[in-house]
Design a protein around this ligand. Structure first.
Ligand code: SER
Length: 314
């Protein structure tokens, strides 16, 4: 059967790059970008686009009926920092958006569904270093709560209805093509823009806050590798731990200084995102992803720093 792919939330930080990558493999016409906002010029003109709000189930239903997708990627979500500003909306979008998609995937017999989870599923009682796949979770942000509940729903739909749903717990994602969407890890993107513009950056996280991070190229490749993996290589239907690199603002600043010697990192002062960051892991044990479907990141801190500065300079 010919693949037809829906990407819901196509204009965000991940969607922008995922749509482009999928169109290279499957052809422009077979990847339908969907978002509540008008897409940028490049996505709209390269292939089909639909206005879709994942909370409007009737409209979503007409899109499933129109395209009969074989694969659906659901990326529409409110992230950790914006979620705390509007907890009920974050819960509604992150949870009911997922349930709408899981239900329609059953109705239209969608072969595979992808839904991203996050390191935000962990909380202050989880082990901080090399956080394992299975441990105490207790997330304390609405984003983390919705992602953990979503993971349980994904596993439930797989066990109960046989839906082939796959998921990754993304760390902080670093990229230059599209703006980040209101996360706690966004400092690691802002820092590059400000380093080039002003030669300095006032971080909203303290210099020694260590968090798991990943370059977007790795995240997109890993996502597609998981979706392409044979079903018998996937034992986890909640969501896979997924590791890239781990660093603090201070360590990232040192790396930037190798290219911009006068770069200065300062601290912006008290910010609610610090408390979120302090509740999350410092590093991730992703041995299930490595052993089951061969995950291996390519970008270390030196390589991602070079790539970010090179592309943002253009
Ligand atoms: N980057 C996300 C956030 O900070 C983590 O999944 O919200």
């Amino acid at each position: 059967m010919k693949d037809k792919i829906l990407v819901l939330g196509s204009n965000g930080q991940i969607g922008t790059e995922l749509v482009t990558a999928l169109r290279v493999t499957y052809g422009n016409d077979n990847v339908v970008a969907c978002d509540i906002r008008r897409p940028d010029y490049e996505i709209k003109n390269a292939g089909p686009f639909e206005f879709v709000n994942v909370l409007e189930k009737d409209i979503l239903n007409t899109i499933f009926a129109k395209y009969k997708p074989t694969q659906v990627y659901l990326l529409a979500a409110l992230l950790s920092a914006t979620g705390e500003q509007n907890p009920k909306l974050a819960w509604d979008l992150n949870m009911n958006g997922l349930l709408n998609v899981l239900d329609l995937a059953l109705v239209y017999k969608t072969a595979k569904v992808y839904w991203p989870s996050s390191i935000a599923v962990f909380g202050p009682n989880s082990p901080k270093n090399n956080t394992p796949q299975f441990c105490t979770m207790d997330p304390n942000t609405v984003y983390g709560i919705s992602k953990l509940a979503g993971e349980r729903w994904c596993e439930y739909y797989h066990q109960k209805y046989g839906l082939d749903v796959r998921s990754i717990r993304y760390p902080g994602l670093i990229s230059w093509k599209a703006a980040p969407g209101g996360g706690t890890t966004d400092y690691a993107i802002h820092i590059f823009h400000e380093a080039l513009k002003k030669g300095s950056y006032a971080s909203f996280l303290s210099a020694e806050t260590e968090l798991p991070m990943m370059y977007m190229d790795d995240a997109i490749r890993g996502t597609i590798e998981l979706m392409d993996a044979p079903e018998n290589q996937i034992s986890i239907r909640s969501s896979y731990n997924f590791g890239g690199v781990s660093f603090t603002p201070e360590v990232l600043a040192e790396e930037i200084k190798k290219h911009i010697p006068n770069f200065k990192l300062t601290y912006a002062g008290h910010d609610p995102r610090q408390q979120i960051a302090d509740s999350w892991p410092k590093s991730i044990d992703d041995s299930f992803a490595q052993n089951e479907w061969g995950w291996k990141p390519e970008f270390d801190i030196a390589k991602l720093t070079l790539d970010m500065l090179m592309n943002l300079k253009k």
